[in-house]
Design a protein around this ligand. Structure first.
Ligand SMILES: Nc1ncnc2c1ncn2[C@@H]1O[C@H](COP(=O)(O)OP(=O)(O)OP(=O)(O)O)[C@@H](O)[C@H]1O
Length: 252
């Protein structure tokens, strides 16, 4: 039986009388790439906030590999193994791509000491692997400040992976990307599938079709549907919920 990496049990939050997330239950298995879909205001970001500890829930539980981490402060959730990527990059702009990854991969807390004395062999080979995974080998000696938007986002993904989290949360990773960059991001996520558990919020249906095995659709704070891309696209409830918002177009 496949192990469950992340489990939400009846999770919810009320802001005043308004239930932004309303009794969400879901299970993400180890190595799964799960997409969270939903119209504007469906509660996707709030759900990510509840998982990462940014927002305190008013009901339910968050379990990470069976451990109850509900309402832990954000830093403890991160230490427990939930890595979150925001749209605003958090790379060290003055360091090279490789140095950024080395810093993320090392357990040595002093960045200055690391940069001065170098990183261990294990870290270096782990970094080579991640550079290949995110397709930044040719740019490894470039300063992070000189990367394009897409390249910076891939470096961010690499930084998260280097920290070996148990689960990665991604909020619209293709926002602001060109089509070519979006396709490459899909390739990176597919390369991570099986070795990294990922929960990703995304609107771009072409991208979702490329990467998703299983989709969870949120609507008005609740789970409206869950299934494969094909199941979700032909689900009348989902089509109705999307009408007038993003429109879930059938594949051409
Ligand atoms: N701190 C808060 N106080 C009150 N209402 C909030 C708060 N945070 C979110 N909401 C409301 O909860 C609902 C869900 O918001 P959320 O940002 O999670 O939706 P979303 O699915 O991520 O939408 P989008 O795709 O537009 O980002 C919205 O109606 C929003 O206005």
């Amino acid at each position: 039986m496949t192990a469950i990496a992340l489990e939400l049990k009846n999770l919810g939050v009320r802001f005043g009388g308004f239930r932004a997330v309303d009794g969400v239950s879901l299970q993400v298995t180890e190595g799964e790439l799960r997409v969270l879909l939903g119209a504007n205001g469906a509660g996707k970001t709030t759900l990510m906030d509840l998982i990462s500890g940014k927002t305190r829930s008013t009901q339910g539980q968050v379990l990470l590999r069976g451990k109850d981490i509900t309402n832990w402060p954000e830093y403890r959730v991160a230490r427990a193994g939930i890595g979150r990527k925001f749209q605003i990059p958090s790379v060290f702009r003055e360091l090279t791509v490789r140095q950024n990854l080395c810093v993320a991969a090392t357990r040595e807390p002093s960045i200055l000491r690391n940069l001065r004395w170098g990183f261990g062999r294990a870290e270096q080979s782990g970094v080579d692997e991640i550079l290949a995974l995110v397709g930044l080998q040719d740019l490894q000696h470039r300063q992070a400040a000189d990367l394009s938007h897409g390249q910076t986002q891939w470096l961010e993904l690499g930084l998260l992976t280097a920290q070996k989290p148990q689960v990665i949360l991604l909020d619209e990773p293709t926002a602001g990307m060109t089509q070519a960059e979006t396709r490459k991001t899909a390739q990176i996520l597919m390369a991570l599938r099986g070795r990294q558990t990922i929960l990703v919020v995304e609107h771009d249906m072409a991208f979702v079709r490329d990467i998703a095995e299983r989709i969870t659709v949120l609507h008005l704070g609740k789970v409206l549907a869950e299934g494969s891309v094909a199941e979700i696209e032909r689900d009348p409830k989902v089509r109705q919920a999307y009408l007038g918002s993003h429109g879930i177009a059938a594949p051409c």
